[in-house]
Design a protein around this ligand. Structure first.
Ligand code: HEM
Length: 180
């Protein structure tokens, strides 16, 4: 994944638990990188090792780390560093979610080696959207939950997120119901 992802994990952990804890987590993960470069690629295994080491050092289950990271990614990383791109996605939570299937195509213009997730719009109602999620990576559904919660907060419409179809339990792909 692009270095901006590891950089964002570093920012979240350092803000909440200090830089010494981040150094400890990096050591535990066997990651020997002084400074992550945002637009450079790093192996996915490195990112996953950092998340697992953070889970162990902070005594917090991996899914909770990923959910917190999803919110942080929207509210701190994306809003802070890529605000124009994020706000171009829509002027309300429902508009953003309806546009989500094409969102990473715009991100790919900036990051040509992106291996993005695939989102598809399943159905919508007055205060809910049902979205399908597919990825070449395993285990990131809690990250998606955190991302949707972060978007709800960003638009001032706090959202409830339910994982309504689970690929790891036999569904064809994962689906989320986001309501507000
Ligand atoms: C300006 C805002 C955003 C930027 C710059 C961005 C960029 C990225 C980058 C660099 C990755 C790592 C993949 C790689 O390097 O190959 C990624 C992954 C991901 N992004 Fe975004 N993203 C943004 C917003 C969003 C939003 C709003 C969502 C959904 C609500 C989202 C969902 C995901 C997911 C689920 C992944 C994990 C990869 C996977 O599932 O395989 N992103 N994105």
């Amino acid at each position: 994944m692009y270095g901006m992802v590891n950089k964002a994990i570093e920012a979240m952990v350092s803000a909440d638990h200090g830089e010494r804890m981040w150094e400890k987590i990096k050591r535990k993960a066997g990651v020997d990188v002084e400074v992550f470069i945002s637009n450079e690629g790093y192996p996915d295994e490195m990112t996953f090792a950092l998340v697992v080491a953070a889970s162990e050092e902070l005594d917090t289950p991996v899914p909770l780390i990923l959910e917190a990271f999803g919110e942080h990614w929207i509210l701190k990383t994306a809003l802070g560093d890529y605000g124009d791109m994020l706000s171009a996605g829509g002027s309300s939570l429902s508009e953003f979610l309806i546009n989500l299937p094409t969102f990473h195509a715009r991100v790919s213009l900036m990051l040509p080696h992106l291996q993005p997730p695939r989102f598809r719009l399943m159905s919508t109602g007055e205060n809910w959207v049902r979205i399908g999620y597919e990825s070449s990576r395993e285990g990131l559904c809690p990250f998606v939950v955190g991302l949707f919660r972060g978007l709800g907060k960003m638009y001032g419409t706090p959202a409830t997120v339910q994982h309504v179809a689970d690929k790891s339990a036999g569904a064809a792909f994962d689906e989320f119901l986001v309501s507000w």
